[in-house]
Design a binder for this molecule. Structure first.
Ligand SMILES: CCCCCCC/C=C/C(=O)SCCNC(=O)CCNC(=O)[C@H](O)C(C)(C)COP(=O)(O)OP(=O)(O)OC[C@H]1O[C@@H](n2cnc3c(N)ncnc32)[C@H](O)[C@@H]1OP(=O)(O)O
Length: 783
């Protein structure tokens, strides 16, 4: 647990608890014993603490911290801290790997810190809903000041060795053999006075400005925290660092207890383990096919087809992971643009050497030798099938063919090939080089090996891969459907878009549903609805009531916005903006092609079509049209400058548009809706409960095999607030399944034609039988 050895006058304590040398109570007990032994031994004049194997201790062991061993763990930790801080012999910490949380705090309690250049230090407890409760909130500000301590602790960010040296957190960077250097360093400081080496005895450098600093940062922290209590509690603890050390430690302990016993800490620790647990996938259809039994194909080279925003982002992710990439794009201008974006991004990340791993081409035959292809063309089934047909012929027979689709049928895509066992969905999220989620979709014929390959790929490229089944929208987008519908129905009843957004953002999402669709592009859903023949232009059959489709309630407001060119931020206007008049639009509308910025006057094109609506639809959906095959059309009004000032270029600040509000008002009147006041609580419940209810359907159908898979999808792909643990965790542990059921019953009785509010049979069953999501496969083994 902590190996003791001596090198002349130097005692070396090496923590040995693989894989990360985390502090269990036994490790800490062994450290206490080692320290006592070294203190007792008159031949020992200095002490080195290090980690054996790959790292210095990465913090407290979370399994113990969360369980019944928390109290002995804490008391042992405090004992170590006291021994170290009061020791009369110099203690040197030799840091390599990741000195995190309690590990870093142990180093701060010591008298000297040496680190190798690759070492990383951090206090990441805030991400676990806690604070650095082993003296971190008291010692860090004494070194770096309150301002920097607030920044480092509330962000939990990594501090690289060189930065730590600059900040005074380490005393020396060691290039050679760390242990040898540390022993020799320890020897060199033997007998020197220790008082000024004890951080606990120092005063906070910016103590006189503490209130000012806290006041100045509070607003930003609150905004970023989005409902999480840990960041502000960290600030309160740091504020106490200006008190005498013992008083500050007592305050830290009280606040730590408050956080440790909060539901948010439990939720965030569930997120930590769930993020890792999704790697342990098993095939819902056959549990014998799982991460242990299925062997992935080794992937060294990947073809990416389509160099749009997604294709470029995927390429960056692959290159950053050291894979060889062949990027294919049949439009030269688009290809050049993508190359520039890739180059710029890699340069920003100081990874320009990775460009040498990239081949770009307009010729499919260049893909003949890659191990895998990820298709990232326009979201259109016909087009994707065509691409897969080609890939099937060109690529080597063992190559895996993956489609980056956000909801199209993987089986239909696979059927275009003679190797459906090698076809799989890999749903990346935009921006693909930033977003951590990779939703991997198996089809009816996808082999275990192919599933294992894409799950492994996720890990290789630093993403969180979640395995899900094939259905429209898969897990994430399918659950988003009811959420969006309910948001629209709320507009019909009297809420304005910005009120819906505000309520959802207050719950903790970075963006409400309307700002989110404005950002993503309102045409994405529109295109899907048109393909499904749901919109007024293409359906419904004449005898269907105006606000119904296939027996379900339907709100055409988004279609109306799209028809007016309000596709979202890209057109400078979305739900938050509206064209002044349709006639104006026909007069003045232009199409700007993103690739080259050229502008076409629609009036000229209109000569060949019947109506403007038809023209817009044709252009947006004509994936085989030469103009649009490799570009995204952006519709803009001739009056763009005055329209766009609501979404300034580069700004995401959405301002409510009176014209949209009037349009909604007219719509309510036309369809006989009576405007009423609706509380934020009702907005949140109706939107989120209908999303969660869909999650129960998804589990019931085996599309997701565990509730934690759904949680991880929402946390890493959709901005679900981390401190709530994810939708399924939140509803089970915070709201309660029974309450969810009763609320859904109440709402569905009030809105019998909102089918997504009808409680799922699985939910009913679980409440009736007292079942839990854990029993369904949510693994709580570590909680
Ligand atoms: C009432 C008591 C109060 C006491 C106050 C004490 C104050 C101190 C608090 C703390 O120290 S909290 C913990 C702070 N440390 C962390 O948050 C580190 C968390 N870990 C990581 O960030 C990463 O694991 C890593 C260290 C950067 C390594 O990443 P890598 O990708 O290499 O490996 P992983 O797959 O993440 O982890 C491997 C394996 O280890 C498990 N694990 C990681 N950290 C912990 C931990 N702190 N406790 C327990 N287990 C941990 C992780 O789940 C993986 O397990 P498997 O999935 O392989 O089973």
């Amino acid at each position: 647990m902590a190996e003791y050895s001596t090198y002349g006058s130097v005692a070396v304590l090496q923590v040995n608890n693989p894989p990360l040398n985390t502090f269990t109570r036994h490790v800490l007990q062994a450290l206490v014993s080692g320290l006592e032994r070294a203190q007792r031994d008159p031949a020992v004049r200095s002490i080195v603490i290090a980690g054996k194997g790959p790292t210095f201790p990465a913090g407290a062991d979370l399994e113990e911290l969360l369980g019944t061993a928390a109290a002995p763990l804490l008391s042992n930790l405090r004992m170590v801290d006291k021994h170290v801080d009061t020791c009369q012999k110099p203690i040197v910490c030799a840091i390599h790997g990741t000195a995190l949380g309690g590990g870093f705090e142990l180093a701060l309690a010591s008298h000297y810190r040496l680190a190798v250049p690759s070492a990383t230090l951090s206090l990441p407890e805030v991400h676990l809903g806690m604070l650095p409760g082993a003296g971190g909130t008291q010692r860090l500000p004494r070194v770096v000041g309150v301002k920097s301590a607030i920044q480092l602790i509330t962000s939990g960010q990594d501090i690289k060795a060189q930065q730590a040296l600059t900040l005074g957190l380490v005393d020396k960077i060691v290039q050679g053999d760390l242990l040898k250097e540390a022993v020799s360093f320890a020897r060199s400081v033997e007998g020197r006075p220790l008082e000024d080496r004890r951080i606990s005895q120092r005063t906070v450098p910016d103590a006189d400005k503490v209130d000012e600093v806290v006041e100045a940062t509070r607003k930003t922290i609150l905004r970023k925290a989005r409902g999480a209590i840990a960041p502000l509690t960290c600030v309160q603890a740091i504020q106490a660092s200006v008190l005498p050390f013992a008083a500050g430690m007592a305050r830290e302990a009280d606040l730590m207890t408050y956080l440790m016993t909060s539901w948010q800490a439990a939720a965030q620790q569930y997120v930590f383990f769930s993020e890792r647990e999704v790697r342990q996938w098993s095939h819902p259809r056959d549990k014998h096919i799982n991460f242990r039994t299925a062997k992935p194909t080794v992937i060294k080279s990947v073809g990416v087809v389509g160099a749009g925003t997604m294709g470029a982002g995927i390429t960056i992710s692959l290159l950053q992971a050291g894979l060889k990439v062949v990027l294919l794009e049949v439009n030269k201008k688009q290809l050049d643009k993508a190359i520039a974006v890739i180059q710029k991004t890699l340069r920003q990340k100081s990874a320009s050497q990775k460009m040498s791993q990239l081949t770009t081409t307009m010729d499919y035959s260049q893909l003949s030798d890659v191990d895998m292809v990820i298709e990232a063309v326009f979201e259109n089934l016909r087009l994707k099938k065509e691409v897969f047909r080609k890939l099937d012929v060109i690529t080597k027979p063992q190559a895996v063919l993956a489609s980056n689709t956000s909801g199209l049928d993987i089986d239909k895509i696979a059927a275009a090939t003679k190797r459906p066992d090698k076809v799989v969905g890999t749903h990346f999220f935009s921006p693909a080089n930033v977003m951590r989620l990779l939703e991997n979709i198996y089809g009816k014929k996808t082999s275990a090996e192919t599933v294992a390959t894409v799950m492994q790929l996720a890990t290789t490229i630093g993403k969180v891969g979640v395995l899900v089944g094939n259905c429209a929208g898969f897990v994430g987008n399918r659950m988003l459907g009811p959420y969006r519908s309910e948001a629209l129905f709320l507009l019909e009843e009297g809420v304005d878009p910005q009120d819906v957004d505000r309520a959802i953002e207050e719950f903790g999402f970075p963006m409400g549903p309307f700002r989110m669709t404005d950002l993503a592009g309102n045409d994405i859903g529109w295109r899907r609805r048109i393909e499904a023949r749901l919109t007024t232009e293409h359906g419904p059959p004449p005898d269907t009531p105006a606000l119904y489709r296939r027996g379900d309630r339907y709100c055409p407001l988004p279609d109306m916005l799209c028809l007016q060119g309000r596709l979202g931020q890209k057109t400078g206007a979305g739900c938050m903006m509206l064209q002044e008049a349709k006639d104006d639009l026909t007069e003045n509308i232009y199409i700007r092609f993103r690739t080259d910025g050229s502008v076409f006057d629609l009036r000229r094109l209109l000569a060949h079509t019947k109506t403007l609506e038809e023209l817009i639809l044709d252009l947006l959906f004509a994936d085989d049209c030469a103009l649009l095959a490799h570009t995204e059309a952006a519709l803009m009004s001739h009056h763009a400058p005055s329209m766009c000032n609501r979404y300034d270029p580069g700004s995401r600040t959405a301002l409510p548009d009176p014209v949209v509000l009037q349009m909604i008002q007219d719509y309510r009147q036309e369809h006989g809706f009576k405007k009423r006041t609706i509380s934020s609580q009702e907005i949140v419940e109706r939107c989120l409960y209908s999303l969660i209810n869909e999650g129960f359907h998804v589990l019931d159908e085996g599309i997701a095999s565990r509730a934690l898979d759904i949680d991880v999808i929402y946390l890493f792909g959709y901005g679900w607030p981390r401190h709530t643990g994810g939708p399924m965790y939140y509803v089970e542990r915070v709201i309660g399944l029974e309450k969810l059921l009763r609320s859904l019953e109440t709402y569905s009785a009030r809105y019998p034609n909102h089918s997504h509010l009808q409680p799922s049979p699985l939910l009913r069953d679980m409440v009736a039988k007292g079942g839990s999501l854990a029993a369904l496969g949510t693994t709580d083994s570590k909680l």
